[in-house]
Structure formats: structure tokens, C-alpha cells
Design a protein around this ligand. Structure first.
Ligand SMILES: NC(=O)c1ccc[n+]([C@@H]2O[C@H](COP(=O)([O-])OP(=O)(O)OC[C@H]3O[C@@H](n4cnc5c(N)ncnc54)[C@H](O)[C@@H]3O)[C@@H](O)[C@H]2O)c1
Length: 381
């Protein structure tokens, strides 16, 4: 069992999810690697207490990430900080020779992402991947295997989206994710868009062009003192893309939807593939339910509902009839990162983290989407 020693930079919402996944690593039964958290860093010292009380192997807790990068006790870094810090911090992590799982959007904009990739090109010995966890739900893994088996036939359409609803409340206070200077011009695209791009891009379904309709719905929000301040980020984005299926060579419509104001949707991620031979769809609203359609000439055209249990890519102690959840898919994503680092290749095509090349495609898409919105045009990606 090889131990990889991790430093965490940014100990907020996502930093703790990683901590929890590490703390119950014994859940996974067939892995020959394990993470250990040896250092944590956050500029807000209040975020460090949960780690110092729960992780006995911790040797360093600091507010200066350079101190963490200088530590010999750190092999890899998980960096989960606001978007404006991605390029400077990711580049420093790569230059320090630490393997990196970075958070999306992996640079606040196209130029920041290019700067990270240039740094990576100078340090090919460093293993770098981007966080995105939803494809690790068992029904999504099943859909991934169907894509690999070319089971769908000629693609009719693919729809992928990520929807939130709490911004429907105009009294919700503004935070960094709603400030253009920190979250970026992409708005909801940069914040949510990696998730719905993950499966299509792993499938090789890249957009050739895009027509985007972006909406600013709530233009002011209260700050901490209750004063109304401008809220300039895009709330909702609908992208209609023409993508190409490398298997058939044929184009098909691909929609990518990212919405912060989708009434009733609580962190809903969905993915739907419709083809001439088969169709499949899944939504995190009903996470064990996979809907499948198999076309048999002459037979009734009927959708089947399959309720899947804990059929994870990386095997664990949980019985196959029990439910799989968000914390499981976070841990599966970490197993995928470490599996690829340890073995030099992913467990399978869809049990793999997003690569820097796939991330670069999201930046091309979101930048083209901003142009499309500004000009009311269809833009080449
Ligand atoms: N994969 C997912 O499902 C998912 C979900 C939410 C957020 N994210 C991404 O994770 C990243 C962080 O988001 P979050 O929701 O955890 O944010 P958060 O605000 O909860 O946490 C960010 C933390 O970074 C710290 N920080 C800021 N500047 C720092 C610095 N210079 N050095 C060290 N720490 C610093 C802050 O004090 C804060 O504790 C973003 O890129 C976001 O898009 C991913």
C-alpha cells in the first residue's frame, strides 16, 4: 500500500469533503494506494480547526501556502480556492513539483488557463487533473460503458446540465461566487460548467460551435451589512452546440445548461443521450434511477427504469443493494486521481478525472459562449 502525502490549500466547503473522503479511505477494498493529509493551509485560521482536531498525521497548519509547498512532507496538493487565485497558486504548486488536483474552472478565464497549461508544459513530471465528481455515480458509469460499446447508434441529441435554485431568493447575500472580479466573467458557466462538460468531453463529443443565451436575473444582492450592491455575474446559461461524434463522423445537437436560478433544483446534475439504437438518461434528483431505452424494430418503444445500488468503479465495503451518494462520488473521484497517478493510467475511460486538455476545451467553449451572447451570433469553438 503506497501512501501519498497531501497538502490542502483552501479548507472551505470542498477542502473538507476531501478530508472526509481521506478519513474513511478504508471504505475502499481493492486499492493499493492511500492518501494521508499532512499539511493544511487557509488564510482564514478558523477553517483549520476541523483538520487539526481530526487528522492525527497533520504536521503543518499554516496561513501561507508557500510554507506548505516548501514542506518535504507533501507529495500532492488539493487546491480549492476562489477562481482568481487558480492561475497563481496552481502555477506555484506545479513549479514546486507537487502533483495537483485543482478545482474548476482551473483558471478564472482563458488566459489564466493558458498560463497554467504553459507552466505544466515546463513540468511534465507533475501529474495534474481537475476535480469533477458526478460521472462516478453508478448509473453514469453504466452510461459510460454504453458509450464505449458504441451502443447508442447514430446520436440524435445529448443534453447535459447542472442546476441550482437558491439564487431564486433575491435576499440571498452576495458572496465571492457572485463577484465578477473573483468568480470571473464566465459567471455560472465557470462555476458550474465543468460538470456538464465532463461526460461529453470524455466521450470525445467536442462542440464545433455554440449559440449561447446567458441571463442576468438578479442584478443586486445584499452584502454582509445588508446594503444592496451590484451582482454582475451571469445567473443562467443555455448553450446549444453542434458537436461531432467521432464514431459516426456525424454532427448532433449538444446542449449544456448551467443555471443558478432553476426553481426547485438542489444541485441537480443530469445527462441524457438519445440515439437511433438506444437512449439513456440519469439525474441526481433520483440518483439510483437509470432510465434506458433499447430500440427493437417492431417491438413497443418503451423506456425501462433500473434502480442501481452501490455498483462503484472502485470496489468498497458497501453492499450492492445500498444507495450511493455525493460523498461516495467524491471519494471515487479521489481514488481515480490516485489510481492514475500510481498506475500511470486510469482504471477506465469514464472512471477518470478531467485532464488539462479537456479543461482547456471548456475554456474555449465558455469564451466562445461569451462572444455568442455579446453578438447574438453562433461562434466557432
Ligand atoms: N467539485 C465540486 O463539486 C465543487 C463544489 C463547490 C466548489 N468547487 C470549487 O472549489 C473551489 C473552492 O470553492 P469552495 O466552495 O470550497 O469555496 P469556499 O469559499 O468554501 O473555500 C475556499 C477557501 O479558500 C480559502 N482561501 C482563500 N484564499 C486563500 C489563499 N491565498 N490561501 C489559502 N486559502 C485561501 C478561503 O479562506 C476559504 O476557506 C472553487 O474553485 C470552486 O469552483 C467545486
Amino acid at each position: 500500500m503506497k501512501t501519498y502525502r497531501f497538502g490542502i490549500i483552501g479548507c472551505g466547503l470542498m477542502g473538507r469533503e476531501f478530508g472526509s473522503a481521506v478519513a474513511r479511505w478504508c471504505h475502499l477494498t481493492e486499492v493499493d494506494f492511500r492518501p494521508e493529509i499532512t499539511a493544511v493551509c487557509d488564510v482564514n485560521p478558523a477553517m483549520l480547526g476541523w483538520f487539526t482536531s481530526n487528522f492525527p498525521g497533520l504536521r503543518l497548519a499554516t496561513s501561507d501556502y508557500r510554507e506548505l509547498l516548501a514542506s518535504d512532507a507533501v507529495d500532492c496538493v488539493y487546491c480549492a480556492v476562489p477562481h482568481d487565485l487558480h492561475a497563481p497558486l496552481y502555477c506555484d504548486i506545479i513549479r514546486a513539483g507537487k502533483h495537483l488536483l485543482g478545482e474548476k474552472p482551473f483558471g478564472i478565464d482563458l488566459a489564466a488557463n493558458a498560463a497554467i497549461n504553459a507552466c505544466l508544459a515546463e513540468h511534465p513530471e507533475v501529474f495534474v487533473r481537475c476535480s469533477s465528481e458526478f460521472p462516478f455515480f453508478p448509473p453514469m458509469q453504466r452510461l459510460g460503458r454504453m458509450i464505449e460499446a458504441e451502443a447508442f447508434g447514430t446520436l440524435l441529441e445529448v443534453n447535459s446540465g447542472f442546476l441550482h435554485s437558491s439564487d431564486l431568493n433575491p435576499a440571498k447575500p452576495i458572496n465571492w461566487k457572485r463577484l465578477v472580479e473573483i468568480n470571473g466573467e464566465y459567471g455560472c458557466l465557470g462555476d458550474l460548467g465543468m460538470h456538464p462538460c465532463h461526460m461529453p468531453f470524455k466521450a470525445g463529443w467536442y462542440p464545433r460551435n455554440v449559440r449561447a443565451i446567458l441571463s442576468k436575473i438578479v442584478t443586486e444582492r445584499p452584502d454582509k451589512e445588508g446594503h444592496l450592491v451590484p451582482c454582475r455575474t451571469w445567473d443562467n446559461g443555455v448553450l446549444l452546440c453542434e458537436a461531432l461524434d467521432p464514431v459516426t463522423g456525424k454532427p448532433f445537437p449538444l446542449t449544456i445548461k448551467t443555471q443558478r436560478i432553476a426553481p426547485g433544483e438542489t444541485d441537480t446534475w443530469y445527462f441524457e443521450v438519445k440515439g437511433t439504437r438506444a437512449c439513456g438518461r440519469w439525474s441526481s434528483t433520483n440518483p439510483r434511477r437509470l432510465e434506458l431505452f433499447n430500440y427493437q424494430p417492431g417491438a413497443d418503444q418503451a423506456w425501462q427504469h433500473l434502480d442501481m445500488g452501490w455498483e462503484a468503479a472502485f470496489k468498497g465495503i458497501t453492499g450492492g443493494i445500498f444507495e450511493f451518494g455525493f460523498t461516495d462520488c467524491i471519494q471515487q473521484m479521489w481514488a481515480a486521481f490516485l489510481h492514475e497517478l500510481h498506475h500511470g493510467q486510469p482504471l477506465s475511460r469514464f472512471a477518470a478525472c478531467v485532464t488539462p486538455a479537456e479543461v482547456a476545451w471548456t475554456h474555449r467553449l465558455f469564451t466562445a459562449a461569451l462572444r455568442s451572447q455579446a453578438q447574438g451570433s453562433t461562434e466557432v469553438v
